[in-house]
Write a protein that binds this ligand. Structure first.
Ligand code: ADP
Length: 181
C-alpha cells in the first residue's frame, strides 16, 4: 500500500501516519522527521534545511525530492509506505509520480485530514515544537494554503477526505474505514 496523507500543519498527520504504517506493515516516511534528524546530526542536508524549518518555509523541492527518492528506494519501502508531509506542492507531486513510474509503481490512496484552522493552531501551540511559535505557525499556515492546498485539486478523484477532529482512535477508525481496511 502506497499512501499519502495530506492536511494542514498540526492536523495530526504524523500520529495517524505512524498508526497506519504499523497496521499496514510499511514504513512511515515523514519529510519533517527526516529533516529534523538531519538537523540534529548536523549533516550537510540538515545545515541546508535548518533555515527553512526555522522560518516555517518549504525546503526547496529539488533537495526534498532527492531525499524522498533515496528513502523510497530503500528495501523496506518496496512493499509500500505512508508518506507524511510529502508531497507539499504540485511540483513535488509531479516529481513523486515520476519517481514511482520509473519503478512501475503508483500511489494507491491519498487521504486528506480535514481540521479547521483554529483547531490546528491550538494543537501546535500546545505541542510546542521549536517551529511552533505563533509567527512561524502563521507562516506555515499561509504556505499550506498557497502551496499545499492546490494538491487537493491535483488529486481530485483520488483523494478521500476524512474529518480530523476527534480522538486519535476516532480519527484512525475513520481513515481505516475510508480506506476499506
Ligand atoms: P507540520 O506538518 O506540523 O508542518 P512537518 O514536520 O511536516 O510539520 O514539517 C516541518 C517543516 O519541514 C516544514 O515547515 C518545512 O520547513 C519542512 N518540510 C517538511 N516537508 C517538506 C516538503 N515536502 N517540502 C518542503 N519542506 C518540507
Amino acid at each position: 500500500m502506497r499512501l499519502v496523507l495530506l492536511g494542514p500543519p498540526g492536523a495530526g498527520k504524523g500520529t495517524q501516519a505512524e498508526l497506519l504504517a504499523d497496521k499496514l506493515g510499511v514504513p512511515h516516511i515523514s519529510t519533517g522527521n527526516l529533516f529534523r534528524a538531519n538537523i540534529s546530526q548536523q549533516t550537510p542536508l540538515g545545515r541546508e534545511a535548518q533555515k527553512y524549518l526555522d522560518a516555517g518555509n518549504l525546503v526547496p523541492s529539488d533537495v526534498t525530492n532527492r531525499m524522498v527518492e533515496s528513502r523510497i528506494a530503500e528495501p523496506d519501502a518496496v512493499k509500500g509506505f505512508v508518506l507524511d508531509g510529502y508531497p507539499r506542492t504540485v511540483d513535488q507531486a509531479e516529481a513523486l509520480e515520476k519517481m514511482l513510474k520509473e519503478s512501475d509503481r503508483e500511489l494507491n490512496a491519498v487521504v486528506s485530514l480535514v481540521v479547521p484552522e483554529d483547531v490546528v493552531v491550538e494543537r501546535m501551540l500546545a505541542r510546542g515544537r521549536e517551529d511552533d511559535n505563533e509567527s512561524v505557525i502563521r507562516n506555515r499556515l499561509r504556505v499550506y494554503r498557497d502551496e499545499t492546498e492546490p494538491l487537493l485539486e491535483y488529486y481530485d478523484g483520488t483523494v478521500v477526505s476524512v474529518d480530523g477532529v476527534g480522538s486519535v482512535e476516532e480519527v484512525n477508525d475513520r481513515i481505516r474505514r475510508a480506506l476499506g481496511h
